[in-house]
Design a protein around this ligand. Structure first.
Ligand SMILES: CC(C)(COP(=O)(O)OP(=O)(O)OC[C@H]1O[C@@H](n2cnc3c(N)ncnc32)[C@H](O)[C@@H]1OP(=O)(O)O)[C@@H](O)C(=O)NCCC(=O)NCCS
Length: 175
């Protein structure tokens, strides 16, 4: 599929590697409203216009920048897809992943999990049963989230969560 990356910085270079893993992916360009048109980054041309002939994935880590890029296009769902990278273990037992979310390698998702829009789950993360991750939440690498946890929208999880409950904020704490 033809793909445009929304972002051209460090996270984009990571996502480029994940996408290149699958030969069916054709990265067409990286979008960055601030870099001079036609510059090359990570081996791909940077454009400051979003193309309508590509599917897009968000490749920006900072929540504010992410929001600025997503806001004008978020209702055009067909533009955005969730990226789940191999080798991860995703149980097919009711795992829902919404558009724009990125799941890095070596992630374990067990059962009855819902991941909202634009969440980022870094490498080596394990998520327990019946967990809900709100929109725009970020989970740091090597984190384990136990069963029956709700992570609020926009939360940044930087430590293991060992007790069920609802967690919000940056860094995420129990409500
Ligand atoms: C975390 C969440 C589940 C809490 O819902 P709730 O249990 O009904 O809690 P409330 O709305 O009563 O909020 C309780 C307190 O937490 C705060 N709070 C709620 N969600 C928060 C969040 N995401 N970040 C920071 N604070 C939050 C509220 O302001 C409130 O604070 P107060 O007691 O000082 O007034 C919910 O707010 C949330 O983030 N849901 C995810 C929504 C989402 O991602 N939807 C899209 C899916 S794709």
């Amino acid at each position: 599929m033809r793909i445009g990356l929304l972002g051209a910085g460090g996270m984009a270079s990571e996502i480029v590697s994940l996408l290149e893993y699958d030969p069916n992916n054709a990265i067409e360009y990286l979008y960055d409203g601030t870099i001079k048109e036609d510059t090359t980054k990570n081996g791909y041309t940077v454009s400051n216009k979003i193309r309508k002939d590509c599917l897009h994935i968000i490749a920006v880590g900072y929540p504010e920048t992410k929001r600025k890029i997503i806001e004008p296009i978020k209702n055009k769902a067909y533009w955005l897809f969730a990226l789940t990278s191999a080798p991860s273990f995703i149980n097919n037992d009711s795992v829902e992943i919404d558009m724009g979310s990125v799941i890095y390698p070596y992630v374990v998702l067990t059962s009855n999990i819902k991941i909202g829009m634009f969440a980022s789950i870094n490498s080596n993360v394990t998520i327990g049963d019946r967990v809900f991750l709100g929109a725009n939440s970020c989970i740091k690498e090597k984190i384990t989230i136990c069963d029956d946890v709700i992570i609020g929208m926009g939360a940044v999880v930087v430590k293991d969560i060992k007790e069920s409950g609802t967690y919000v904020g940056n860094p995420a704490i129990k409500l």
